[in-house]
Design a protein around this ligand. Structure first.
Ligand code: GLU
Length: 548
């Protein structure tokens, strides 16, 4: 029986050839040097910031070159799949603000002319490539069952030999086509293995965009390309998809690095142009005590992208942060190029560190800085969007008091050195709730040095009756607090108080604190003058009257 006859027996339904597919998915018409990259996750549930680091790099890199970035779903291992996995991936990308030119846009829809972009829908394509391999003696069906593979393994262990299906151990490699056909006709399950031409004693060299020049022994393992259920394994899907989707750059986890010799062998067998590889080290977490460790799906729930969506972390801040992990010279560049879009940063694969570190406190700082640069209206709009999904009660309040809320958000904002309070939109309510009467009930006051209610009442009554005037400018307002201090035996000048503390009941700091806590309950707030002005005399009075 000829190879062609065997191939027809194995794949009677395959009608298209590789040439047909090459015509359907031609070389992309892009300018020279344009990069085509992809994010190719398996929908296994937990999408974390480490995944988003590679997705972010894949997204940003083609932009500068006029290239393309697409999303491909690698769902050939259906045992590992999780319901809703595809949507998780898509919403994670949205949370980080990563858009794509082509690919899967929902469980049912896709965009672009190089699809299907979901591997389970590409069965026919893989089979056409497998058929070609059988026809050309580049692959063969293997009928070994799990026990036989285990047996081979045990012999190899005993003989202290390399483990695997290669050389004399590759039993099915030497079956005749007639024997193969007979087994297939008898309904025996089989996998498809590459008929490797590699020699373990020879070296294969390649350049990794991140790790530099690398050398490995050639692949001589007859690895499985297609499982007995007809689905491809990663290696084969990588060859077929990245070729037909015309990927130029394959960025992926460094756990795939040892597979490169096999991948190169496959690309070479078909005479396809090899993609450029960039292997990314495993992202590590920096714990609060400074130690580095691996991500744990169980322990690091906060590492899931979903968490950042829930707390309303701005995607801009997350991208800025991811770029600091991706290229350590980014921060210096950003310092010099404050207003430039991130895609203008001259990203360099070679500057990716060997094990990227995720430092949550740094992300928080970047985000605080970023939010502080937004206008009050922008913060309001973002807060609105967040509340719309996560806090309908607060949404009602900020909608009812829209202009007032914008004014509240504008305290110590839209100025040269804005206040850096919030790192995410879920935090805002905890900073400004006291500005809403609806939320100002059952409160607990954070009184400080002055905590005697009688004295507190004296200070507050005297203040509101004699000294507070909503029309005062800030200087007048403060000088009146000083007058209040003088009247009640508090030092209106801190220096005087420090020099001679026994001569006073306390200082202007203590008195201001009483006013602050009375109207907000809190010992730390933004500018008190602004808070009082926004609350207005009546509300200040009502709040003062509440203190018993
Ligand atoms: N689905 C593979 C993974 O999640 C993708 C690797 C690649 O990007 O090629 O590891």
């Amino acid at each position: 029986m000829t190879n062609k006859e065997l191939a027809d027996l194995m794949y009677p339904h395959v009608t298209k050839t590789i040439e047909d597919y090459e015509k359907i998915f031609p070389k992309r018409n892009l300018k020279d040097g344009a990069m085509v990259s992809r994010y190719a996750p398996s929908p296994t549930g937990f999408v974390h910031m480490g995944n988003m680091l590679s997705c972010f790099i894949e997204n940003i890199v083609p932009k500068r070159t006029g290239g393309k970035f697409y999303l491909r779903i690698e769902d050939t291992d259906q045992k590992r799949e999780v319901a809703g996995g595809i949507n998780n991936i898509i919403s994670a990308m949205k949370t980080i603000g990563l858009s794509y030119d082509e690919g899967v846009i929902s469980e049912e829809e896709e965009l672009g002319s190089y699809g299907p972009y979901i591997q389970s829908k590409r069965r026919d394509i893989y089979h056409a490539f497998a058929k070609y391999m059988i026809e050309n003696d580049l692959a063969y069906p293997c009928f070994c069952e799990a026990e036989e593979i285990e047996e081979i393994r045990n012999i190899q262990k005993e003989n202290k030999e390399r483990i695997g299906y290669y050389g004399e151990y590759a039993k099915c490699r030497n079956l005749t086509n007639d024997e193969r056909a007979e087994k297939i006709k008898a309904g025996m399950p089989y996998t498809i293995r590459i008929k490797s031409r590699g020699d373990f004693n020879k070296r294969v060299k390649f350049h990794d965009e991140v790790k530099g020049d690398i050398e490995f022994p050639e692949n001589d393992q007859d690895m499985i390309l297609i499982k007995s259920d007809g689905m491809p394994l990663y290696h084969f899907a990588h060859l077929v998809d990245d070729h037909l989707m015309r990927t130029t750059h394959v960025l992926r986890g460094e756990d795939w690095l040892p597979s490169v010799p096999l991948h190169l062998e496959l690309f070479d067998m078909f005479g396809f142009e090899r993609p450029k590889y960039a292997h990314l080290g495993l992202i590590m977490i920096v714990d609060s005590n400074g130690t580095k460790r691996k991500i744990s799906k169980r322990k690091d729930k906060d590492f899931a992208v979903k968490h950042y969506h829930e707390i309303g972390m701005p995607s801009y801040a997350m991208q800025e942060y991811l770029m600091t992990i991706a290229n350590s010279n980014f921060e210096a560049w950003r310092e010099e190029n404050k207003d430039k879009p991130i895609e203008e940063f001259p990203f360099d694969f070679a500057k990716i560190g060997s094990s990227p570190l995720f430092d949550y406190s740094k992300l928080v700082n970047i985000s605080k800085n970023y939010i502080s640069t937004l206008s009050a209206k922008e913060v309001y709009d973002n807060l609105y969007t967040w509340c719309d999904e996560f806090d309908k009660d607060f949404l009602e309040l900020i909608t009812k008091y829209k202009d007032y809320t914008i004014d509240v958000l504008n305290i110590e904002r839209e100025q040269e050195k804005p206040r850096k309070d919030f790192s995410c939109y879920s935090e805002i309510k905890s900073y400004i709730w006291y500005m809403y009467d609806e939320l100002f009930s059952d409160v607990t006051y954070e009184w400080q040095n002055i905590n005697d209610i009688k004295e507190i009442n004296t200070i507050l009554k005297t203040y509101i009756d004699k000294y507070y005037d909503i029309n005062d400018d800030k200087d007048t307002w403060f000088s009146k607090i000083k007058l209040l201090c003088d009247e009640l035996g508090y030092a209106s000048n801190i220096k005087d108080y420090k020099k001679n503390p026994d001569a006073y009941k306390g200082s202007v700091v203590d008195v201001s604190m009483v006013i602050r806590v009375a109207v907000t309950t809190k010992k730390a707030t933004p500018d008190l003058y602004d808070i009082l002005k926004l609350l207005g005399t009546d509300r200040i009075k009502t709040r003062i009257d509440k203190i018993k």
